[in-house]
Write a protein that binds this ligand. Structure first.
Ligand code: GSH
Length: 205
């Protein structure tokens, strides 16, 4: 299998971390977004949305990081994606929440407080930051509450849900996410950060 990837991207990092954690061998092919390689015709043939990551397994091409994580974790029996319908639904619930609510709450803060400076795109927009901060708190309150009496999001075991939700926090410090009032999120993310697979893949902010 080959993963077309861009290491600084949290969407790449969570997929790559799952492959390493499960010891699934994959070849890596860099798609350098800074050089706009996602627009190269060869890459557009793989993913006409022009986004990383993409997985190729023979003739099977898969894009969208959550689908790739599930596909990788379906290759071998494991506790990240166990064959229990209720646990899988619970994992999928948190992955859906991440895509629909958590990521959209985190990304504007990441863009305004980190990416803009990195790519010299001007000053952070304080109005966007204020709106994003309100949205962030709404979701963080729910996540913090859920983690108050458990170590991991689902089944009290590390699962794909943790990899998905944690990926949005990879730039939390640099991008000044307001996490001070959320000790359970902080403790949980510190556990994820200890994973060798996370340490090998998480971008340094
Ligand atoms: N929903 C997609 C998002 C993928 C995505 O936005 N990837 C970014 C990197 S984080 C990308 O390749 N952007 C290139 C572009 O939009 O031109 C997923 O989960 O895979």
């Amino acid at each position: 299998m080959k993963l077309y990837y861009f290491p600084p991207s949290p969407n790449t990092c969570k997929v790559h971390a799952v492959a390493i954690h499960l010891q699934i061998p994959i070849d890596l092919k860099l798609v350098d977004l800074e050089k706009r390689e996602q627009h190269n015709p060869e890459f557009i043939q793989l993913n006409h949305t022009g986004r990383t990551p993409v997985l190729r397994d023979g003739d099977f091409i898969l894009w969208e990081s959550t689908a790739i994580m599930q596909y990788l974790a379906s290759q071998v029996p494991n506790s990240l994606w166990p064959e229990n319908p209720q646990i899988r639904a619970d994992i999928m619930r948190w992955q859906s929440w991440q895509l629909a609510h958590w990521s959209p709450a985190c990304q504007p803060l990441q863009f305004e407080n980190f990416v803009k400076a990195l790519l010299q795109l001007g000053e952070p927009d304080q109005q966007v930051i204020q709106q994003a901060t309100d949205r962030f708190h709404k979701e963080a309150i729910a996540l913090n509450k859920h983690l108050a009496d458990r170590e991991y999001l689902v089944n009290d075991t590390l699962t794909l849900a943790d990899f998905s939700v944690a990926s949005d926090l990879t730039y939390a410090v640099t991008a000044q996410f307001p996490l001070a009032d959320y000790p359970h999120i902080q403790a949980w993310y510190a556990r994820i950060e200890q994973l060798p697979a996370w340490q090998q893949t998480a971008p340094r902010g």
